[in-house]
Design a protein around this ligand. Sequence first.
Ligand code: URA
Length: 239
Amino acid sequence: MRLDKLLSNMGYGSRKEVRQLQKKGAVRVNGETEKKPGVNIDTENDLVTVMGEPVVYRKYIYIMMNKPQDVLSATEDGHARTVVDLLDAEFRHFKPFPVGRLDKDTEGFLLLSNDGKLAHNLLSPKKEVPKTYFAKVSGVVTEADIESFAAGVTLDDGYETKPGKLKIIRSGETSEIELTITEGKFHQVKRMFETVGKKVVYLKRLSMGPLQLDETLPLGAYRELTEEEVELLQSTTEA
Ligand code: URA
């Protein structure tokens, strides 16, 4: 890859800004000052430094966000704020996108990445990646609802869901539940409750596949996944 492109991709500024850095002699390749922007870099073997600091080259980023309400699961929108708008520029330049969508009023675990293969695998219906949600539901959630969800319910458009695992945490005028589903139809959790005559009034995703929401992340905050977490995600979707 061209040196100026590599440095620009790694967040050292525009190609023009990178060239200025090079002109100043701030960029070295394998110990030698390099002023040619187009020089080819072998990202596996060449050591590039900027002002003495090694440039760690990576292609992909993986971010776990605790999505707040009122933010869209999209990369850009003419009007509303998106989850990508919440990221610092150092992450945005990797061009991450949300892996799957949460509704505007849903909170919780959202993965953002620029790894198309991982995203494809996580979202593929064939992989049946489990997603667990916490919800507050108006109305008394019952054992009969557990049984209905376990058998699969028919949504308003005729779609028959796969079995969902419903756990009642508290049943009352407003019930609290956890629901695990292995697919991601539009508004699925809300629509599943509609089939049993109840309304979701608060929804938060707790986990996706093997990863749980890091509860130390306040709403709107995010962190990169650790290497172990990325490997865990990859191994569960590649199996
Ligand atoms: N199900 C929903 O109804 N909404 C979400 O945001 C996610 C799952």
